[in-house]
Design a protein around this ligand. Sequence first.
Ligand SMILES: O=C(O)CCC(=O)c1ccccc1C(=O)O
Ligand SMILES: [Mg+2]
Length: 368
Amino acid sequence: MKLKEVKLRHLKMTMKAPFATSFGSFQDKEFILLEATDDLGNSGWGESVAFEVPWYNEETFKTNWHMLEDFLIPALLNKEITHPDEVSEIFSSIRKNNMAKSTIEGAVWDLYAKRNQITLAKALGGEKKKIEVGISIGIQKSVEDLLQLIEGYVAEGYKRMKVKIKPGWDVDVMRQVREKFPDILLMADANSAYRLTDIDHLKQLDEFNLMMIEQPLASDDIVDHAKLQAEMKTPICLDESIHSLEDTRKAVELGSCKIINIKIGRVGGLTEAKKIHDYCQEQGIAVWCGGMLESGVGRAHNVALTTLPNFIMPGDTAGSKRYWEKDIITPEVVVEDGYITVPENAGIGYAPDLAVIEKYTIMEKTYQ
Ligand SMILES: O=C(O)CCC(=O)c1ccccc1C(=O)O
Ligand SMILES: [Mg+2]
């Protein structure tokens, strides 16, 4: 297959409610949608999960646009590609910029599946017909607000509650959540808000029977996480620290975590995500699929990846309506009783709605 044309669109969508983490709050989401057209006229879709501000990692949607326009699109246009795994090889001389790489690599995977008339899930080797999902809940104004939200999400059927924490919004909050909901699957995500010197404070979280604590320490650390894990009963899950299979191997060998959150963008695409999945499966390390407040296109990729067998814990891929008044795909991603039914149409399985996409588009540019 050959990519004959690539279109980048800069979209702006507004979430129903702000989402607050230890590093900042989001409501407007500006991001890049990529549409690649092959030699048969098929369209493959990818989404950049980089945010406007480099809080979560060093990339932004503008650095992604630059990388795509100046390096990544030219490296793929009109090149014969037999399998999407070749994309990461072609990009191997370009360092990092994983979210930029993943944007176009995802579109190539979608095209590959569409050309073979199979679902993206099947192309990846996934077999689940439905996937179990949880929900990630931002920092709230009051504990009452948080408890009320959790009550609603439990009633909707979400299988696992993830509560964002930061210094001043942690042990007491988790205690109150656990008291009110003694039996739910519960976890906390600190987004790197602590240091190893906070170890005595963090150890108090061991009381609450949490499934895991996600990324408590620095976003570039695996050494201090190993020291913390040795002292904590609660499993540590790494998010920000893991960019590749190599990072995963080192973290597992050091004992830095017992669980890995796989985000396709953070690791540079589906091929690397699958490698991490396979390695963790061999090592007995559980994985689950993280989220980046995606639109329907990125969400569809997450759904497909989660069909792989070692995604044994509910992910952060909530339904479209948790984020958007109107998502950009038809149908939207729907969660019923905590499950998403994996779509059966070829490729990502949801159809990007061009009319809706146009409404959210600020700028677009085509490359041939
Ligand atoms: O609902 C989602 O998409 C996941 C939300 C989430 O937790 C998150 C959102 C933005 C940046 C980082 C994270 C994270 O997983 O750390
Ligand atoms: Mg996280």
